[in-house]
Design a protein around this ligand. Structure first.
Ligand SMILES: [Zn+2]
Length: 117
């Protein structure tokens, strides 16, 4: 264990010498300081790359959130168009399909509303 710790400290020092920067965050696994090596976050103690799945998710949902107003506008336009089409449609089979489509669009719209909160 001590030997491994020694090795990891050496590895850390080596990385720092190569231009890695020490981060304020600690490794979620072992609590030792994390290093930023290029674009990667690395834990010398665990000898592995740390992937912040949560942070990535945040960035993604943030991007999606920014899209929501646009998506809602698109959905509303489609629903408006669909309403016109349904009004003119007399074929039962076509109406069923159109009604299904409308339900899907409304569900998508509803999902957007709940996502925004
Ligand atoms: Zn670690």
């Amino acid at each position: 264990m001590n030997e491994r710790k020694d090795a990891s400290v050496k590895k850390m020092a080596e990385l720092l010498r190569q231009g890695a920067t020490m981060l304020a965050e600690a490794c979620p696994q072992c609590g030792s300081p994390l290093l930023k090596v290029g674009e990667d976050i690395y834990c010398a103690m665990c000898d592995r790359r740390i992937v912040y799945a949560d942070a990535d998710e945040d960035i993604e949902s943030q991007a999606v959130r920014e899209l929501i107003p646009k998506l809602r506008e698109t959905l509303l336009t489609k629903l408006d168009t669909l309403n016109d089409v349904i009004e003119r449609e007399t074929d039962a089979e076509a109406l069923t399909k159109l009604a299904n489509l409308m339900v899907l669009l409304l569900q998508a719209l509803h999902r957007l509303e709940t996502m925004e909160k």
